[in-house]
Design a protein around this ligand. Structure first.
Ligand code: MN
Length: 190
């Protein structure tokens, strides 16, 4: 399991250290342990995480491996999508790309929030780049743009464990706070 790219209390009050204790320290950790157990002794034991995901995507007989491996990757990507004092309008190359697609940052932020709000049940809201153009998408459960040959740039976890300790049922408030205060535009630009 990769280290968190920030201190456990660095995202508070948007995401508390308590949430990260459970989300990174228990949920993400368990996906890593389970994925490692499931690939041990198989043809995927020495494969990269990305290869494990693309080779098991859509294979019902290996759904357990896919689900755990993809959740490992998605969570590591989610931590990198966040940073203390991030969020708000971006700078760098991505600013012009957002204006080209959404007209202004406000409309982009609204669409990203709406993708997270309308993801029924657990899943992810994503900013991806497809054929050179930015796009907002959402996936269910462990599903990931990687499995569909699409390059993700940022993600937000909308499963209840991502926000329930801090926001209870208020997913909209969690999304607004993450988009406004935590998104890591340096990572997306990179
Ligand atoms: Mn999660």
């Amino acid at each position: 399991q990769p280290d968190l790219p920030f201190a456990k209390d660095a995202l508070a009050p948007v995401i508390s250290a308590d949430t990260l204790d459970f989300h990174y320290g228990k949920h993400h950790k368990t996906y890593v342990e389970t994925a490692n157990k499931l690939v041990a002794g198989t043809d995927l034991a020495e494969a990269s995480l990305e290869d494990i995901i693309t080779k098991t995507a859509g294979d019902a007989s290996r759904a357990g491996i896919f689900n755990n491996a993809a959740q490992v990757w998605n969570h590591s990507f989610y931590w990198q999508s966040l940073k203390p004092n991030g969020g708000g309008p971006p700078s760098g190359d991505i600013a012009a790309r957002i204006t080209a697609v959404w007209g202004d940052y406000g409309k982009f932020a609204e669409d990203l929030k709406n993708a997270g709000l309308t993801q029924f049940g657990s899943g992810w809201a994503w900013l991806v780049i497809e054929a050179g153009r930015l796009k907002i998408t959402k996936t269910s459960n462990a599903d990931t743009p990687l499995a569909h040959g699409v390059k993700p740039l940022l993600t937000i976890d909308v499963r209840e464990h991502a926000y329930y300790l801090d926001y209870q049922n208020r997913r909209a408030d969690y999304l607004s706070a993450v988009i406004g205060k935590l998104l890591n535009w340096d990572f997306a630009n990179a």
